[in-house]
Design a protein around this ligand. Structure first.
Ligand code: F6P
Length: 538
């Protein structure tokens, strides 16, 4: 397998200087180097991948047993080997077939919970389920962090045009400023809090939940405060300890990973915002992508090709980062969502078998919506010394028919960026543009600043309109991409031991920062920082 990567690298070395643009001498390239399915088109023709490279990448996927591992995942095998768990977020959206874990069908439980969520959401949306004081819930605050925040927060914003329920807000940071600012605009008597935490032990979430409870209780009294809370968790003991009415607790199993959990109870805020029917459309979109992922062969498989392009750029070409650039303002939180999905899943230096990973782990993922990014960091993308593979995405239509001219500008900008990255501008072209303005050495100097090397790779994903179903397809597409990359790298994409050490040290530092314990066993830097902060805090 290592040899296959080496072969790919040496093949790539041989074609590294080839202009991507030259590949379009093959007039069928755009069609041949793209995948179209479920109304979406994923174009990777503006990369340096040619037929030989693609064959090698597909052979790598085959050799690594991606298809077999995929079927194991869907069948409920315990592929999260370091935690001994199945990986079945797909069961949350695939409501028609039985899914067995240890011989038991888990689907009855999934359907029951979904049904309970729908009854609850419909009741809140209609006002039938109201606050104990009688007011309808006008505002919902989801308190959670990481996978218990990023998915629903991203999706609620993405589907704003479909939001006709209570207003949804999200509090994640333990920084008191976050909850303070969110609560500042709300009426306690009409606010519902959803405490979202798979473990129900996460310090940020539990601290914010207590702050919220005090805030409500101060207004409506302790007796009624409980009626303002619901919980989403797989730890039902802890939700009971917190005092949340079991009728308002929506549980899920340990085979739903936090960053893969928005399809089930963790998606309750989204369901409240857009309604159960549209939430079902979101699930349908995810299920449609699952079906495609399982059925489509080789280069016709969109998640597989998205993953192989990612591996080509990261592990083969050595480009350490990947920019996700949605030309869709409502997908502003998608890069943050994908940061957790990709970096928490594949940011590991040990393979499943415990050996050191013999190649780079997953890339640094970052991004911002276009066109804002163009006026911020695209300078580096176009002229910096490092190559940043860019992943553009744009819809054919916006939700604002009156502003169709703005949407056309948005699309033009998106397409212009990938063209500019590929095409670049030569020194001769730069000189020609400046002729008459400068001459001699000054012309040369000025022209050099205006050169774009070009030959910078990008992909573009296009879709008709950002509907709930389309968002489901997009999220599932990226989930499966992470899965494929993880299988090929031999990583367990479903654990996250790398977050533990910082949590443990933060717990130990709590009393030290509070001045209740000595900092003696800390290093000199940490001791000095603690001293400085304590004395500056007054
Ligand atoms: O940061 C680690 C992590 O466990 C994430 O994987 C998870 O999404 C987040 O914390 C929140 O965890 P929980 O849902 O248990 O509060």
């Amino acid at each position: 397998m290592r040899e296959m990567f080496e072969e790919l690298k040496s093949y790539r070395d041989g074609v590294a200087d080839r202009p991507i643009l030259s590949l379009f001498e093959d007039t069928g390239r755009a069609e041949a180097f793209s995948v179209s399915t479920l109304d979406m088109l994923f174009d990777y023709s503006k990369t340096n991948i040619d037929a030989r490279a693609r064959d090698m990448l597909l052979a790598l996927a085959e050799e690594r047993g991606v298809a077999e591992r995929r079927e194991e995942m869907f069948a409920g095998a315990r592929i999260n080997e370091t935690e001994g768990r199945a990986v079945l977020h797909t069961a949350l959206r695939n409501l028609d077939t039985a899914v067995l874990v240890d011989g038991c069908d888990v689907m009855q439980g999934v359907r029951e919970t979904l049904h309970r969520m729908e009854t609850f959401a419909s009741g809140i949306r209609s006002g039938a389920f109201h606050a104990p004081g009688g007011a309808a819930f006008t505002d919902v605050v989801n308190i959670g962090i990481g996978g218990s925040d990023l998915g629903p927060a991203m999706a609620v914003q993405a589907l704003t045009p479909y939001a006709d329920g209570p207003r949804c807000h999200f509090v994640s940071n333990v920084d008191g400023a976050h909850i303070h600012d969110v609560l500042a605009g709300l009426n306690p008597a009409a606010t519902l809090f959803i405490v979202a935490s798979k473990t129900f032990t996460t310090i940020e979430t539990m601290t914010n939940a207590e702050t919220a409870r005090d805030w409500v209780a101060a207004k409506v009294g302790n007796e009624q405060a409980g009626g303002h809370f619901a919980a989403l968790s797989s730890n039902l003991e802890k939700t009971a300890e917190f005092g949340i009415d079991p009728a308002r607790v929506f549980g899920f199993e340990d085979w739903v990973g936090g960053r893969y959990s928005m399809w089930g109870p963790i998606g309750l805020s989204l369901m409240l915002a857009i309604g159960p029917e549209r939430f079902r459309a979101f699930l349908d979109g995810g299920a449609a992508m699952d079906a495609h992922f399982r059925a489509a062969e080789g280069a016709d498989n969109m998640p597989l090709m998205l993953a192989l392009v990612g591996l080509w750029h990261n592990q083969v070409c050595g480009h350490a980062t990947r920019a996700v650039l949605p030309y869709d303002q409502r997908l502003a939180r998608l890069p943050a969502y994908l940061q957790q999905l990709e970096m928490e899943s594949n940011g590991k230096s040990v393979a499943m078998d415990g050996a050191d990973l013999p190649y780079d782990s997953g890339p640094v993922v970052w991004g911002e919506p276009g066109t804002n990014g163009q006026h911020a960091f695209y300078q580096l993308i176009h002229q910096g010394t490092r190559v940043v593979p860019c992943e553009f995405m744009v819809a054919a239509r916006g939700h604002e028919p009156d502003l169709a001219h703005q949407h056309r500008l948005l699309m033009a900008n998106c397409l212009a960026q990938s063209e500019a990255l590929m095409r670049g501008r030569s020194l001769d072209e730069a000189r020609d543009r400046l002729a008459g303005k400068f001459e001699g050495a000054e012309l040369e100097r000025q022209a050099r600043h205006r050169v774009f090397s070009g030959n910078r790779p990008s992909t573009t994903l296009v879709y008709p309109l950002l509907t709930p179903r389309m968002l489901g397809q997009i999220v599932a597409l990226y989930e499966h991409r992470v899965f494929v990359e993880g299988v090929i790298l031999g990583i367990n994409s479903f654990d996250q031991w790398g977050v533990e050490l910082g949590k443990e040290l933060a717990t130990a530092l709590g009393p030290i920062v509070a001045g209740e314990a000595p900092a003696d066993d800390k290093d000199g830097s940490t001791r000095r920082l603690v001293d400085w902060l304590r004395s500056a805090a007054g």
